[in-house]
Design a protein around this ligand. Sequence first.
Ligand SMILES: [Zn+2]
Length: 180
Amino acid sequence: MENQQRDFQLDEIEKNKPSQEDRILSMLQLSAWVCGTSFLKEYMPTYSQRIAGLRKKGYDIKSEKCDNLQHTHSGNVAQYKWNDYNGWCNYETWNVALWINNDEQLYKFAKKCGTFKKFIELIYTHYWSHVFAENFSLKIVEIDKIRLRFDVITMDGVSFKDNAINKKEMESMFQEIYGG
Ligand SMILES: [Zn+2]
């Protein structure tokens, strides 16, 4: 019985532990360039796979050969830098979030939608997107007039459907908008 309880507690601790990706991000947030060996020191031997995973999710993480003369490693060890935009994972996510938060009408509309998914569905509805373009800070670009294909972009030219937009970050922003 006691053992079971302890196992349960360990499971809970395991579940609430920050993931390796979270830990990598917080290390990257603390300094401009982080040497790969720093992740090894934090017991993350598979850090390069984790970083590849983060890049896939849209995190703008640059890498180059570490040339820190104070480092004792030899050979090709990379160092990494996360180009975060005020805490957003990349430029595209930051830009779309910026426009939604700064246009009063767009913000109100986002609040009504509740989720980013719903928001995207609606602004890409042909009729509504044209109504929105007249009233909100967004632009419609015709891609194919005959087939009525179009894209919706911010005033800075970022598509609301850009693959680089981090869905997780957008959905938590929408949760905050919805709750606030
Ligand atoms: Zn180094």
